[in-house]
Design a protein around this ligand. Structure first.
Ligand code: 13P
Length: 369
């Protein structure tokens, strides 16, 4: 189903560029965290963090895209590894008074919006997301003001200030049912900021949609021709694709889904080989759940491509054991949000959570986008 997008006639604002400089800065910070540990250093850090988590009444909540070390530590210390929405929900339900959010800034902010009474700390508060950077609140607000007849729907990967101006917040796990719901009410949708996820839900629902032209620097790189070639070598492999990927990559998917959805798909007992188009951190969970299976990174460089580390988000990689220990020691990197922004941002987040509950959609376990 498709509806001619009005994007062609609409002038979108000039978005901030994700320059080499911005990426190099993130990569340099990440390199400090990913630098090899000696076994003794690793053990000392893990012991220190475990002790401090208890002392500080803190719990570690990590995203699927963080390092294996952080995911393992979150699980072993009584914390949680999940997608962004579930990270926030877990933080809300857990009795700890401090949440340590290992992920990127919008995840820490969402946790704070939902849990204002808790202290929310992040290993590196500068860890951001290209989608968030490409959707500054002032540009978004002006654009919404210019198109008041549209219902604004923003992806979770945005700042608290952008959420504060939105009618709905969605995650990749619930975008499709919410847009279907809006389509049934004949609402027109102003979607921001991920253009690939936006055009995926537009294709699936036929809704009239204005799509902000942002994208994720990682998913943007997956190449359909590379996947087709890999599929020749592994004809039985299923292709699992996150919907932040370009349309021609989504078209090759056996399963399109959120991180949780893709992990769930990898459990299929009838399939042993998978080509996976999303950030490489997801392989930790997939391999842990199905140790005998073959998981292949979807090619990101296309034919003859040489990209070797494109699949690691430079901002997610800024989270490490070293800065986690430091933050627990010093209490630095606390997330704060102005109360009026927080209260406004809470409205569309609650709307999503209420919708999920009413429709009995288990956002965590949704297998299809
Ligand atoms: P999920 O909600 O699917 O975990 O995606 C989060 C994200 O940031 C993808 O780039």
């Amino acid at each position: 189903m498709s509806v001619q997008s009005e994007n062609e006639q609409i002038k979108f604002p000039e978005l901030p560029l994700i320059t080499e400089d911005i990426l190099s800065k993130a990569q340099a910070s990440a390199a400090c965290q990913t630098a090899e540990y000696t076994l003794a250093e690793r053990k000392a850090l893990l012991d220190k963090i475990t002790k401090l988590l208890k002392q500080q009444d803190a719990v570690l909540v990590a995203h699927y895209y963080t390092s294996d070390d952080l995911q393992q530590l979150a699980e072993e210390s009584g914390g949680y590894v999940a997608d962004s929405l579930e990270m926030a929900r877990f933080g809300h339900d857990h009795p700890a008074s401090t949440l340590i959010v290992a992920g990127v800034r919008f995840m820490g902010e969402t946790a704070k919006i939902l849990n204002p009474e808790k202290r929310v700390l992040m290993p590196d508060i500068e860890a951001t997301c290209s989608l968030d950077l490409e959707c500054p609140a002032d540009l978004f607000t002006d654009f919404c003001d210019a198109h008041p007849e549209y219902t604004s729907v923003v992806y979770a990967n945005t700042s608290a200030a952008v959420k504060a101006r939105a009618d709905w917040v969605v995650t990749s796990g619930i975008a499709l049912p919410i847009i279907k719901h809006l389509a049934e009410r004949n609402e027109k949708v102003l979607w921001a900021p991920d253009r690939h996820l936006g055009s995926y839900v537009q294709r699936e629902t036929g809704v009239d949609m204005l799509i902000w032209p942002g994208s994720c620097v990682i998913h943007e790189q997956f190449k359909a021709d590379g996947i087709r070639n890999l599929k020749k070598e592994y004809p039985n492999a299923q292709v699992l694709v996150h919907p932040e990927s370009p349309a021609e990559v989504v078209d090759l998917a056996d399963v399109v889904g959120s991180t949780t959805g893709l992990i769930k798909a990898s459990l299929n007992p009838e399939v042993n080989e998978f080509i996976v188009a999303t950030e490489a951190g997801i392989f930790y969970k997939m391999k842990q759940a199905s140790p005998g299976k073959i998981f292949l990174e979807a090619p990101s460089g296309g034919l003859g491509g040489t990209c070797e580390s494109c699949l690691r988000c430079p901002w997610m990689a800024m989270n490490g054991l070293r800065n986690l220990a430091e933050v627990l020691e010093t209490g630095a990197n606390e997330i704060t949000i102005e109360e009026d922004i927080r209260l406004k941002a809470l409205v569309p987040i609650r709307r999503m959570l209420d919708f999920a509950r009413e429709q009995q959609i288990a956002v965590k376990d949704k297998g299809n986008a």
